[in-house]
Design a protein around this ligand. Structure first.
Ligand SMILES: [Zn+2]
Length: 334
């Protein structure tokens, strides 16, 4: 950028030049949000090997996580309320405010459903305007005042190398469920505290859904229960679907395999899982950048079964849910 050396400017010019630069900065911010919106609508981060716009903003564009989060939240709110763009341009509303209001509206809708106080565009816009010009803390206070009981955001605070203080507001139904679990597990862990309860719950769930945990513990006898692709749209469950039950008798497995080309043996599943290290194996064909997301990883036939693709290690790979879904939508297009 061509920049005059500020040391050479007289006082008047230093002040007026700074004002111009700050206005440029605001204009650029808005332009960045417009570009992010277009990238999102074209899902351009997917072919480049990123599982989400957030990962793209952090890894490719080099934003810190908080900066990326604020920009994406602001972009989404402006998409809904384009009338606010002028205020962002003028600097009357900051990205932080937009990000906070966006998160608040999402949370409020989730908690109150049809009882939400901010259903119309006008109501949402008015809320942003009420927050405009306030500090981060004042904005948080104002937004919290709309929740009865003032739900605080979850927080984690490290206490020592072994302990973290977790603050979270639970709804009453969940507390009742936890009490029920405590009594059901009382033979195992008498008078369990929340740490013990959560620990037991986490173990029980990980046994079912975490392929790494399953692979580590069942490597002798079992198989990682990684999900399988599902041709069609929509996110599919991390649990295996469409997979026929595994037989203990090799002869039977072979006959299943011959009749159902989608069938993948437990040994093969494990082989693909290990080779791809439990991570999405999608690579950008241009840069070679690998996605490597571990989120909701599923087995994919590179050449689909419907087009004669075999269930062999060479034709199988792991894909995260974003890349699996993206591949499905591209195939639907032809
Ligand atoms: Zn991926």
């Amino acid at each position: 950028m061509n920049e005059e050396n500020p040391k050479k400017l007289d006082n008047e010019n230093l002040l007026s030049r700074t004002r111009v630069l700050v206005q440029d900065e605001k204009n650029y911010t808005l332009a960045v949000l417009h570009h992010l919106r277009e990238i999102e609508s074209r899902e351009l981060y997917l072919p480049r090997g990123y599982p989400s716009l957030f990962a793209f903003c952090v890894e490719f564009l080099g934003y810190e996580e908080g900066q990326a989060y604020r920009r994406i939240a602001a972009m989404r709110l402006l998409k809904e309320l384009p009338e606010l763009e002028k205020k962002v341009e003028q600097g009357a509303v900051s990205l932080t405010t937009l990000g906070k209001v966006h998160s608040f509206l999402r949370e409020e809708r989730k908690l109150k459903g049809s009882e939400s106080q901010f259903k119309t565009k006008a109501e949402k816009q008015e809320l942003v305007e009420r927050c405009a010009g306030k500090s981060k803390r004042e904005t948080e206070q104002l937004l919290n005042s709309y929740f009865p009981g003032k739900v605080k955001p979850d927080s984690e605070r490290p206490l020592s190398a072994e302990q973290v203080e977790l603050r979270v507001t639970l709804d009453f139904q969940l507390v009742k469920k936890l009490h029920r679990l405590r009594s059901l597990w009382s033979h195992k862990v008498p008078n369990a505290n929340y740490n013990e309860l959560l620990n037991e719950m986490a173990d029980q769930l990980l046994k079912k859904v975490d392929p790494e945990w399953i692979d580590k513990n069942n490597s002798q006898k079992g198989e990682p229960k990684i999900g399988h692709e599902k041709s069609g749209q929509g996110r599919v469950s991390g649990e295996a679907n469409t997979r026929p039950p595994v037989s203990r008798f090799p002869a039977k497995v072979n006959s299943v395999s011959a009749l159902q080309p989608r069938y993948i043996s437990s040994v093969l599943r494990r082989e693909v899982w290990r080779r791809d290290q439990g991570q999405c194996a999608y690579r950008d064909p241009v840069t070679g950048k690998r996605c490597a997301s571990k989120y909701w990883v599923q087995i994919d036939h590179i050449r689909p079964v419907s087009r004669g693709g075999p269930s062999t290690a060479e034709n199988l790979r792991l894909l995260c849910s974003s890349h699996n879904q993206w591949k499905g939508s591209r195939m639907d297009l032809g």
